[in-house]
Every structure is written in structure tokens, then in C-alpha cells.
Design a protein around this ligand. Structure first.
Ligand SMILES: Cc1cc2nc3c(=O)[nH]c(=O)nc-3n(C[C@H](O)[C@H](O)[C@H](O)COP(=O)(O)OP(=O)(O)OC[C@H]3O[C@@H](n4cnc5c(N)ncnc54)[C@H](O)[C@@H]3O)c2cc1C
Length: 430
């Protein structure tokens, strides 16, 4: 194949619409080759459960491309080795990709850029996974906002001040490089296990999110939230498209999407917060590493029904309602005093919407160590939470069918005593 072409490296932008990189490629005029590399050497990338959903999405994209004379090349291995092979052929004129902000993505970006420079090939990144360019929301002196409120105010000012443009469907606009591969690679050839896959990857038609603020906290309401997190993580829905829809229907929902950008910005500006407490004064805390406690929490055997139901749901489906994530993280870091990094890893390996910046941001928020964190003295009472958010017990019954309310095992810690001990401990540590 010696037709010169543009190579687009798909990453967390698995769609054809609301896509600035593909829109630019369409205008560039050269045929476009689409590719995705399952690269397990890249830190903070997709976990193995997510790979299963990514695979499904790529197969769908491949079918779409076939309808337009193109194809998507999907391989597993070291992305840089693969890219170098492509560049060596001498026919790649430009490489484009979606910008990533976590430490793994930033390192990969430098490596790609250097490699392209070696072959005198233009490398460009586009901000296709966020609503606003990451650098645009900062203080007047260019420094980062560390508190969500002022960050969100500035975010809204910028968002309101721009004429919003969402690139439409780029699929028919692009001249795709003709297909040379008939079959889409099998899961086995890519070493991908099949996992729970009935997860929403498309934007619903005419979504109604007007009652989001009233319904989002009810863990027994499957339609109380948008269920878009996996699609947002993969880039199967466009973030700008989401923002425009959310703005029309629910400011609370738009606020949650802004939290997503706030945490992304924080990790990008402070990459050390991926492994250490965001606030320096909390860096010496002697968190517990108790593996028995960790196992009990992870396996859903704490004796707190709502916590256990949540951990069972996570293990079975890769999902957990936001309220339960807040509760399980609060119990782990406060009542059990477990190192937030241990809990963060469990979520990182199991969540289908795992996103390093959001997960780290929320874990540090829950542990009280984050930039703009929950106050240390907010210790959730699992029973009060159960009465508030699962009043009819439907959620607990679904995930703990073996236990009738009266037969539930005793909690592994006593709430009142552990809360008191935790508060004393926190004061002695900080
Ligand atoms: C300890 C903990 C860990 C978490 N880890 C992740 C993670 O790895 N990936 C992830 O996408 N979300 C994470 N969240 C945030 C939140 O729980 C999920 O985004 C949400 O439950 C997904 O369901 P939904 O799409 O229906 O959300 P909706 O309530 O419909 O919200 C819409 C979108 O807003 C964003 N959002 C919502 N809540 C938050 C939040 N607290 N912080 C940042 N963005 C938010 C998400 O992109 C979400 O899809 C975590 C929360 C906690 C407390």
C-alpha cells in the first residue's frame, strides 16, 4: 500500500461525530487510516473488563467503516513498536490522536511525538474527550483552581461565552483508506476476555434528564442517572454534545460533568496525586493495610448491607451507583481506616467506567486528602444511608438475595465505636 495517508490513533475517542481530530482529517484531504492498539504496557489505560467493551465498540466502528469503504486496524502489543513500523513504510503523512491527560497518556504523547519527529511526520493531538480545552479553565495568572466552586464558575463563564460547535458525523466526509482486511480480529487473537457488556454506549434519543436532580440519589432507581459514564470514558459519546444537552435540561447534571473536568485538570496539573495525598499535610498518615479488612470490604462481607450489596454489584457488573461508591469509599477510609490507594485499586480493576483522574479524585475526596475534599468528620452511617437511599430495601435484596433483613451477619466493626476511634486517630495523625 503506497497511497500517502493520515493515520488516526483511536484512544478514548471511539466515535465518528463531535470529533475534532476526524473533522480536521476530513479537511486535510488525504485518505485516513483508522487504528486502535490494545497496549497493556501503558499505565492508567483500560482495565481488562473495559477492554471487553472497547472491543465491542471497535467491532461496531469497523462495521460502520466497512459501509464507507474503510476499515479499522485493531492490534494488541506495544503501540510505539507498531507505530514505528507504520512510519517506516514512508507513506504516513500525518498522525492524529485524542489528547490524554493522565501521567501514562502524557508520557505516551511525548513518545509518539518524538517518534513522529524522527520520521519527519506531523503529529497532532485534539481535545476530544473534554467539553472545554483543559488549559482554558485556569486562574488569571495561569495557575490551577484547587476548589471546585471557583473552577466551575470560570468553566461556565467560558462555556457561555463561546459559540458552540459540535462536529457532525465525520464518517461520510472522510475518504477512508480502502479495506485490506476482511475479518475483524477475534477476541482470542487479542487476548480479550468477554465481560458483562449490556452497557449503554450510545446517547439515548431525546433523553429526558429534567428530573435528574430529584432522582439521582435513589440507588433503587435504575433510570435516575444518565448511565453515560462508560460511553464518556470510551469517548463513544461526545462530551460537547453531552454538555449542550445537559445545559438545556439540568444544571445539576452539567455540574457533575464539570466535576469530571475538574478532576481531569487536577491530575494533569498534579500527576503525583496519582499515588500520594494531594494535600501535603496529609502525606504522613499511617493508613491501615489490614488485608483481612480489605478482603471483607472487597468481597462484600462487612455486615453493612448497603456496602456489601454495592461491592457485589461491582464484582458482578463493573458498575456501582454514585451514592454507593461514596458510601463504600467512606466506610473503607474512615470506619476501616484502610489506605485509600487500596480501595482505589479495587475500583480501578473492576469499574467499567474506570477513569484514573475521576477515580483518584473521588477516592481522595472521600478520604479527606484531596484538593477540595469532604471534611474528615463526615463519617457516613451505613444504616442511615440505607434508610435514605434504599428505603424499600430493593437494592439490597437484589444483590444480597441470600439474606433476609433479620438474618444479616453482624457488622465487622461497630459504627459508633469505629467512628469515635477514627476521629481521634485522624486528629493524632494530622
Ligand atoms: C469513590 C468513587 C470513585 C469513582 N470512580 C469513577 C470512575 O472511575 N469513573 C467515572 O466515570 N466515575 C467515577 N465516579 C463518579 C460517579 O460515581 C460515576 O461517574 C457515576 O456513578 C456514573 O453513573 P452515570 O453515568 O449514570 O452518572 P450521572 O450521575 O448521570 O453523571 C453524568 C456524568 O457526570 C460525571 N460524574 C458524575 N459524578 C461524578 C463525580 N463524582 N466525579 C466526576 N465525574 C462525575 C460522569 O462522567 C457521569 O457519567 C466515582 C465516584 C466515587 C465516589
Amino acid at each position: 500500500m503506497d497511497t500517502p495517508y493520515t493515520l488516526h490513533l483511536f484512544g478514548r475517542d471511539l466515535r465518528f461525530h463531535d470529533h475534532f481530530a476526524l473533522d480536521a482529517a476530513a479537511r486535510y484531504g488525504l485518505p485516513v487510516a483508522a487504528t486502535f492498539v490494545f497496549d497493556r504496557t501503558r499505565p492508567y489505560g483500560y482495565n481488562s473488563r473495559q477492554e471487553s467493551v472497547v472491543y465491542r465498540r471497535l467491532r461496531w466502528m469497523h462495521e460502520q467503516l466497512r459501509g464507507h469503504g474503510g476499515w479499522i486496524s485493531v492490534v494488541a502489543g506495544n503501540e510505539l513498536d507498531w507505530l514505528e513500523k507504520m512510519l517506516r513504510s514512508g507513506v504516513v503523512r500525518a498522525v492524529s490522536a485524542c489528547r490524554e491527560y493522565d501521567p501514562g497518556g502524557v508520557a505516551r504523547s511525548t513518545e509518539r511525538r518524538n517518534l513522529c519527529a524522527k520520521y519527519s511526520v506531523d503529529y497532532r493531538e485534539y481535545e476530544d474527550s473534554l467539553m472545554l480545552p483543559i488549559g482554558s479553565v485556569c486562574k488569571p495568572d495561569g495557575s490551577a483552581y484547587l476548589v471546585y466552586g471557583p473552577y466551575a464558575r470560570r468553566w461556565h463563564e467560558i462555556f457561555e461565552s463561546r459559540e458552540w460547535f459540535v462536529a457532525g458525523n465525520t464518517l461520510p466526509k472522510i475518504q477512508w483508506l480502502p479495506s485490506r482486511q476482511e475479518d475483524f480480529p477475534s477476541r482470542e487473537s487479542l487476548d480479550i476476555e468477554q465481560f458483562f457488556e449490556s452497557v449503554r454506549l450510545d446517547m439515548p434519543h431525546n433523553p429526558d434528564w429534567t428530573c435528574y436532580a430529584d432522582r439521582r440519589d435513589r440507588v433503587d432507581d435504575p433510570n435516575g442517572t444518565t448511565s453515560l459514564s462508560v460511553a464518556l470514558r470510551l469517548g463513544a459519546v461526545g462530551p460537547r454534545e453531552c454538555a449542550i444537552l445537559a445545559k438545556k435540561q439540568s444544571t445539576t447534571l452539567l455540574g457533575e460533568l464539570v466535576w469530571r473536568e475538574f478532576f481531569t485538570m487536577l491530575l494533569s496539573r498534579f500527576p503525583a496525586s496519582a499515588h500520594t495525598e494531594f494535600r501535603e499535610k496529609y502525606r504522613g498518615i499511617a493508613w491501615s493495610q489490614d488485608s483481612e479488612m480489605l478482603d471483607a470490604w472487597q468481597e462484600g462481607k462487612t455486615g453493612f448491607p448497603l456496602v456489601d450489596a454495592g461491592m457485589r454489584e461491582l464484582a458482578a457488573t463493573g458498575h456501582m451507583h454514585n451514592r454507593i461508591r461514596m458510601l463504600t469509599a467512606n466506610v473503607a477510609t474512615k470506619l476501616l481506616r484502610l489506605d485509600w490507594r487500596l480501595g482505589e485499586r479495587v475500583f480501578a480493576e473492576q469499574l467499567l467506567d474506570y477513569d484514573s483522574a475521576i477515580n483518584l479524585g473521588n477516592w481522595q475526596w472521600s478520604a479527606g486528602t484531596g484538593a477540595d475534599a469532604a471534611p474528615y468528620f463526615r463519617v457516613f452511617n451505613p444504616e442511615v444511608q440505607r434508610a435514605k437511599f434504599d428505603p424499600l430495601g430493593e437494592y439490597v435484596r437484589k444483590w444480597l438475595p441470600e439474606n433476609s433483613p433479620g438474618s444479616y451477619p453482624l457488622p465487622i466493626v461497630d459504627y459508633r465505636r469505629s467512628r469515635g476511634e477514627y476521629l481521634e486517630w485522624w486528629k493524632s495523625q494530622t
